[in-house]
Structure formats: C-alpha cells, structure tokens
Design a protein around this ligand. Structure first.
Ligand code: HEM
Length: 510
C-alpha cells in the first residue's frame, strides 16, 4: 500500500482523473495524506468493502460529527444515528420504503412526472429548444420527494420557488462544503437545539466577520424553519382525522405522515422526539433529491449521446404503454431494457462517487486480491489503526476491469441482457443493488434505493416516448463531489447543475 497523494487532489470538481489514476497506479487500496497530514485510506477492494459495510459496520461507523443526537449536526438538522439508535430508526422507516408501499404511492409518482412532461411540452411547443434539463430534473426530484415523502408540494414544477427550496439549492451548490476547516466551524456554530450552548455558539458564529459562515447559518435556519412549518401543518391535519389526511397532497400515503402515525402509536419511551422526526425530514429530502436527479440527468445525457440506445428504449416503452401510459409498478420493473439502462448507468456513473467512514478501533481489513506494500511485498490484509478515515471509492469498484471485464469503463446497457461474467459473481460484492456499491450494502445501505428506481422509471416511461433528446453544442463536464453533477465546461463559477440539451417532440409522440 503506497502513499498516493493528498486529500485536496481527491476532493475537487475535477478529481475523477486523479481517482482513475490512483486505481491504475496503486490498485484497490491507497494511502493519501489528510487535511492535517494524517494518513487516510482510499479503498475499492470488494472484500474490504463488505467488511466495512457489513461485518465490521459497528467499527466503521460514520464520524461523530455526523451523528445525532450525540453531537451537533453539520449544516441543517441531519440525522445520522450510531449503533442501536440507527437500528431503531431503520426499523421504523423500513416498512415505508418496501415494495408494497411503493405500489400504493405510484399514482403520486405519475402525477409529478406528468407535471414535468407538461412543462417540457410547453417549452417545445413551437419546435426544438435548448433546455437545461438538469434544472427540470432537479425540480421533478424535489417535488416528488415533497409530495411522496412529506405530503407537501414545493411547487417547483409550477414555477414556485419557496424559501426552503432556495435554501436547499444553496446548500447543494455551496462550494465550501468540502473544506474540513469549515466543517469544523459549522459543527461548532450550527448546533442543533440539543447542544447545551446553541444560542451562545450561534451568537458567536453570527458575530464572526465570515460571510460564508453566516450564509450557511441562514441556509440552516431557513431549512429548519421550513421543515418545522411542514411538520406542524401535517400534525394539525393528522389531528383532524382520516378524511383531512386523504385530501392532502400525498393522498395520505406520504412517508412523513405515516412516520408520524407510527410514532404516535409507539410507547412514550420508544417514541422519537419531534426533533428527531424533523431531522428525518431533512435527511430524506437531502438524500432523495440530488442523488436521483444526478442519476436521471446522467441517463438522459447518455441517451442523447447514444441515439440508437435512446430509440431502442423508446420502442420498448411505447410498446409497453400502448394500452395505458401509466405503467404499474410491476410493469415498470419487468421491462428488460429500461432495467438495463438504469443498472448500467448506476454502475458506471454512481451519483455518489464514494462514502466516508472512520475506524473506531484498530482493525484488520482482509482483501479480495493482494496488493503490494511500500517495500514491494505482497499483502492480503491491511491493519487499520483506530481513528483512520477511509474513503470507500464506489466509482472505481463499480468499474474494476478484473470484475467487469476489459470493457468495464464502457457504457453498455446490453451487458445486462446476457449472463454477467463469472468474475462478477466471484467478486461477491454485497451491495444491495446489481452487484455494485452504488447504494452500498449492509445496515446503512440506501433505504430509498427502490424508491429512486421507481422514480427514474416512471419519469423515463413518460418522457422518452414523448421527446427526443440530442446533445447541445457545449462541452458537458461532470463534476466530482459529494454528489456528481453536470456543468458546462468553462462555467466553473456556477455550482448549479447545468445540462443543456436540445429537446424536441419525438415522431409519433402521444
Ligand atoms: C440514485 C439515487 C440514490 C443513490 C445513488 C443513493 C445512495 C445512497 C448511499 C451511497 C447511501 C449511504 C451513505 C452513507 O452511508 O454514507 C445512502 C443513504 C441513504 N439514502 Fe440514498 N441514494 C439515492 C436515493 C435515495 C432516495 C430516493 C431516498 C429517499 C426517498 C434516499 C434515502 C436515503 C437515506 C434515508 C439514507 C440513510 C440510510 C441510513 O443511514 O440508514 N436515497 N443513499
């Protein structure tokens, strides 16, 4: 295992080539220098990842700074529990994300996707237009998690842009997010109300002549106030009883409403506090929006670059939609080419390129394939000292040629229509999705991965038969970050996702 670089090479918008080079040169485990010169590990070995996410997941927990309620939160009130608290949280939330519940929610998905399509139809009424499709997909994803997740319409597809949405956008594109120093200060000053001195630290934070910090504090406060507003409105509705609940935006099936009902039925000792439910809301909105919109934008970009694949997908969808354009959950999951396009995109271009973990005690990580240490010796496991930070590099693991074959770096949806190479099964990747780590694996895997699949499929089933997407005459660069986002080459100042595409009505569109 060799020292291969510095953290600043790893976390900048153009870091993809660094990560690829790291993998080519050093293999599946490399050491890099952290912010203060400490050693951090970059890991993409399947067996090591299985251990991190599953077997030793209590050792490789998320960092204290991300945990709740032990420490204050970073930015808004995100909720990331450790150990037993996390298990309780998942037990409460799991039923709300299972397939049965998704089947009930599908009318909401269709309704929001129709709004997206309606907007695009208006824009291309008089002929093909160049559209920043990432903006529209972002609005769609936010409105969908609003309606299906919170039973609340943000109105993003009706031209509204409330304070909460603006704060969320600002947070997403906040360029200083990855600066550890800023994180430290956020942790000190943007404390949750559980901290013993929140008012004092907020006051001090406000007095510091640091516009970025003050802006972040504004964002945090707006998001917290917005979440509280939605929560209080829902509480009032629930008190009014079933009739009122059914008439609301999410038809009474939204995740927040059901979570609040479940909580009310719990004994007082087990019942999560209002603060916790509010934190769940923020986590849900934040986890659901940018991830799925990054994935869906990427699919549209690739379909524009590969018109034959776009035609093939359109054909499958048109045939499936012949009788009724609003496909059921079971119809959508049984369309082979749609599934192949989603799988291949999420394999090759995971919206989150990696996740961070910290070793809470000394531990030994076994490896699937041996690597070489500084002296050239072959090693089959590595010793990880307590407090080492690790970056689990999903991007490289998902495109490892020793697993996926020599064409691993190519976008080939067809690979999913034939049996996968034996090396994929042999790698024994225990991620929850399609032999990849896109949604990771184990108890902390993405709870919303089926929700996001359905969201993408519903959107594609309505827009691909209606429109044709072709690349605009600009260079699109996908920027590395917590979430990978498209941008136009040369416009580094804007952190809002930009994906201009020429959109026209497809021939014979409904
Ligand atoms: C393509 C879309 C998505 C991707 C690639 C994705 C990926 C991930 C990943 C990698 C994690 C683990 C993060 C970590 O442990 O550090 C995660 C966690 C999570 N995701 Fe997603 N996600 C997506 C969509 C969604 C959606 C649509 C929702 C909600 C509707 C959601 C809700 C969550 C939640 C609540 C967690 C925290 C789970 C826990 O700690 O128990 N995600 N996601």
């Amino acid at each position: 295992m060799k020292r291969a670089g510095h953290w600043r090479h790893m976390f900048n918008p153009y870091a993809f080539s660094f990560h690829e080079e790291l993998f080519r040169t050093y293999g599946t485990v490399a050491r890099v220098y952290g912010f203060l010169g400490d050693i951090q590990l970059v890991v993409s070995d399947p067996k090591a990842c299985n251990n991190i996410f599953i077997k030793d997941q209590l050792i490789f927990e998320q960092t204290e700074a991300q945990s709740f309620p032990k420490s204050s939160s970073v930015l808004a009130k995100f909720v990331t529990y450790l150990g037993v608290h996390h298990r309780r949280q998942r037990k409460l939330l799991n039923p709300l994300f299972n397939v049965n519940h998704l089947r009930h929610m599908i009318p909401i998905f269709h309704r929001v996707a129709r709004k997206l399509r309606g907007n695009l139809e208006l824009i291309v009424l008089d002929g093909p237009q160049e559209i920043n499709i990432a903006d529209w997909i972002g609005r769609f994803a936010l409105e969908l998690i609003g309606e299906a997740g919170l039973g609340y319409s943000f109105g993003t597809l009706e031209g509204r842009n409330d304070e909460y949405c603006r704060a969320l956008n600002d947070l997403t594109c906040f360029p200083g997010q990855l600066c550890p120093l800023l994180r430290f200060i956020e942790t000190c000053f943007l404390t949750s109300t559980r901290s013993s001195i929140p008012q004092f630290s907020k006051l001090v934070g406000r007095m510091l002549p640091w516009p970025k910090l003050n802006h972040l504090m504004d964002i945090s406060e707006t998001m917290n106030a917005g979440a509280r507003r939605i929560y209080e409105a829902k509480k009032r509705l629930l008190e009014l009883g079933d009739d009122a609940t059914i008439k609301q935006v999410g038809d009474g099936k939204d995740i927040l409403g059901l979570l609040m009902q479940t909580c009310a039925a719990e004994s007082e000792n087990d019942r999560p506090s209002e603060e916790e439910v509010l934190a769940h809301m923020t986590l849900l909105v934040f986890s659901a929006t940018d991830t799925t919109s990054s994935a869906l934008s990427r699919i549209l970009h690739l379909l524009a670059l590969y018109p034959d694949t776009q035609d093939k997908l359109r054909k499958e969808l048109k045939e499936a939609c012949e009788e009724n354009e609003e496909l059921t959950h079971d119809q959508l999951v049984s369309l082979p080419f749609l599934e192949a396009v989603c799988r291949e995109t999420l394999r090759l271009y995971p919206p989150g390129s990696g996740v961070m973990r910290t070793a809470r005690s000394d531990v030994v990580l076994p490896l699937s394939s041996p690597i070489h240490d500084i002296d050239g010796r072959e090693i089959h496991e590595i010793f990880v000292p307590k407090n080492t930070n690790l970056f689990i590099q999903i991007y490289n693991l998902n495109r490892d040629p020793s697993i996926w074959g020599s064409d691993a770096a190519e976008w080939k949806p067809e690979r999913w229509l034939a049996p996968l190479p034996e090396s994929v099964a042999n790698a024994n990747i225990q991620g929850v999705y399609a032999n990849t780590m896109t949604f990771i694996g184990g108890p902390r895997s993405c709870i919303g991965f089926k929700f996001s699949q359905l969201e993408m499929k519903v959107a594609l089933s309505l827009i691909i038969p209606t429109f044709r997407f072709t690349p605009a005459e600009v260079d699109v660069v996908w920027r590395f970050g917590v979430i990978v986002n498209p941008s136009v080459k040369g416009s580094v100042e804007s952190f809002l996702p930009q994906l201009p595409m020429v959109v026209s009505r497809s021939i014979g569109a409904p």
